[in-house]
Ligand binder design. Sequence first.
Ligand SMILES: Cc1cc2nc3c(=O)[nH]c(=O)nc-3n(C[C@H](O)[C@H](O)[C@H](O)COP(=O)(O)OP(=O)(O)OC[C@H]3O[C@@H](n4cnc5c(N)ncnc54)[C@H](O)[C@@H]3O)c2cc1C
Length: 592
Amino acid sequence: MNYHKFDVVIVGAGGAGLMSAMQLAHNSSIAVISKLYPTRSHTGAAQGGVAAALGNQEEDNWKWHMFDTVKGGDYLVDQDAAAILTREAIDAVYELEHWGLPFNRTEDGKIDQRRFGGHSRNFGEGPVRRSCYAADRTGHMILQTMYQQSVKNQVRFFNEYMMLDLLINDGQACGVVALCLRDGSIHTFHAKAIVLATGGYGRAWRITSNALACTGDGMAVAYRRGIPLEDMEMYQFHPTGLYKVGILLSEAARGEGAYLLNSEGERFCVRYAPTMEELAPRDMVSRFIYDEIAAGRGIDGKDYVYLSVAHLGKEKIDAKLPDITDFARNYLGVEPYYEPVPIQPTAHYAMGGIPTDIEGRVVVDEHNTVLPGLYAAGEVACVSVHGANRLGTNSLVDLIVFGRRAGKHIAAKWLPEADFAPLPNAPDAFATEMVESLLARGKNGANGKNSQNGKGTGETQEALRADLRDSMMENVGVVRDEQRLTAQLARVVELKQRWRNLRLMDTSRTFNTELMEVVELGNLIECAEATVAGALARKESRGAHYRTDYPKRDDVNFLKHTLAYRTEHVGEPELRYKPVVITEFEPKERKY
Ligand SMILES: Cc1cc2nc3c(=O)[nH]c(=O)nc-3n(C[C@H](O)[C@H](O)[C@H](O)COP(=O)(O)OP(=O)(O)OC[C@H]3O[C@@H](n4cnc5c(N)ncnc54)[C@H](O)[C@@H]3O)c2cc1C
């Protein structure tokens, strides 16, 4: 057995994982495991910025930021967590600055700030400049800065190691099992604390802004080990993905003054949201687009509308929005200096995930019982600061604030008192069996019989992947209803069955990316199960979860978090609920 022992193992080298690592690097032995080379993590694709009420451009206040976060999340936000997020955002951003992050600057040398959706002054009076940014490459800069710091601080990286399993013994998390992609070997990591920072699962949908690696691995691994997933039905569609491609055109464009136009050349957002216009929250703008298309005002009667930046002028476009305008040129052949860009909503962000408390500790039930030794941070986690809908630029803050809190809690509170829990017997059994049976299926076929060409029988992953992504797009998209969700749950059951019979074309152990993709596909299906089951049971509309058959928010019955537990019955997770923490802002109707 390949055995490694560290005080702390962090899974994921995006913003959340690296931020945790930075808190621990000096005093403990830590390892960061990542299936990608760290700087390829999806955090590097974040464009628009990171929110913090610095007040560098105009008056601002973290309380206003907290209010916007709670209201933007349609009141499903835990307000104790939102207070921490918005207050500590300020320090966290300065910390990044001191590590060398090259933010855009104001004339007098302070960090520049720009507008973003749902961020307002004085509890909703009008837009405010709160997003700190580095052109439209903020995430790239964050990731590079933190990776440099991690290397400088001698963090030990296991790159291109893919976590397959989480180990829990005697009620304490004690390690993870990972596949080394280079040679196919299985490795057991024994630790006192584990941080899951594996990001989101946008690849479950056909049109998505998410990178190929965003396949919900951390969520699925935890779910299989009995940990619930919280509020998975709350999945955000970002309004402006490139038509048919899904690649994101950041809200920064609208923050800088871009318009959304329908087939009549009308700025339709002004009609729906007179105060915030194009800068209403994402769930709403996505629905405005949906409604325009449904009313026949999509461009040429098709399922897209226009994002127009031309009126901003070449100079501003080049200075503030260079990357996203290049995407439009390269992928659609449109010149944004003169032409409007076709866009449609794109699957973007998981508000839900592995439930944690405000220290980043994973909690496993409606009483917030802590699972000792296990932490989660970033998009994989649900604290819950985003509730039913995340505001733009609030994810990067979440990574740095709660990644930091998790790391600090481990260093100050957990490591001084914790010991290594013993590993369970045969700790790598589950992972080894998964890999060996997949590879054997390739050679022998799904049903174990040798086929004539030696490549086995049964279907390969492509069709299954397409079926998952197409059906999620159709049935669990910007709008949902009973019929579509019921159909999708049946589809998930079928997909799980078909996954078991998949066969591989590549049975080698050296960089077997097909093996990796099949495991990822299995993880996406697990995430889809929790998402659909939660959505079916939530008979209301709130934030990103909009049901045409229950179009109103229902605080009497559904002002609560969903917890989905995997069961032996495929397609039938057990659903439990836990209350939302409300400290200051009572739920009100959302108007923008
Ligand atoms: C195109 C785009 C633009 C965005 N723009 C913004 C923005 O401007 N502002 C904002 O606030 N938010 C933005 N977001 C959201 C934000 O970027 C993400 O939510 C955030 O970066 C997620 O960070 P993370 O650290 O949780 O995970 P990631 O950055 O996704 O990193 C996940 C890490 O986990 C590792 N990993 C995953 N599975 C495994 C496994 N099985 N084994 C080992 N390692 C594994 C990966 O290798 C990777 O290192 C954007 C998102 C996208 C997709």
